[in-house]
Design a protein around this ligand. Structure first.
Ligand SMILES: [Zn+2]
Length: 160
């Protein structure tokens, strides 16, 4: 279960390591609404998302909008992460998903920003490493050019 969801909450994306604990198993269709314990009804979820989701089931509860299933629905069609780290719904289901699960709680926005700057820093680090490697190659080339020049001078001095 954990491996299937990459140790992340399938709703908000927070990682176990950031929570400091294993997460919970959510029944997408709540047991009280006829949901089963079948794998396809189970979602690895953080305690807060699980709590916010509650026993909602669109066939019984207002506003009767289906809650997206992270394993079955392609969330990228319904949600968009903005530059400030918040999430916006692109569809009615997406909007409801954000609102029901409170996906813009301040700690999540901060978490997304942190992950984003981590990605940016890693890209910068990789670019810096490539630059250093290029400089090292240049130094080696210059050193061998200098050695050849020194050899040539020595040869000429001996010859004269
Ligand atoms: Zn969550």
């Amino acid at each position: 279960m954990r491996e299937l969801f990459d140790a992340r909450c399938a709703y908000c994306g927070v990682h176990e390591d950031a929570v400091g604990a294993t997460l919970t198993i959510d029944h997408h269709r709540p047991r009280t609404r006829g949901g089963t314990g079948d794998a396809e009804n189970l979602v690895y979820a953080c305690a807060r998302c699980n709590e916010h989701k509650g026993a909602y089931w669109h066939e019984h509860d207002l506003p009767h909008v289906r809650l997206l299933h992270p394993g079955r629905d392609d969330l990228t069609h319904h949600l968009r992460e903005t530059d400030d780290g918040s999430v916006a719904g692109l569809t009615r289901e997406g909007e409801f998903f954000v609102q029901r699960l409170r996906l813009n709680r301040p700690q999540l926005v901060a978490y997304r920003r942190m992950r984003r700057s981590e990605v940016e820093l890693n890209a910068e680090l990789a670019a810096t490493r490539r630059h250093v490697e290029a400089l090292e190659r240049k130094v080696l080339d210059l050193r061998s050019a200098l050695e050849s020049a020194a050899d040539e001078i020595e040869r000429r001095l001996k010859g004269s």
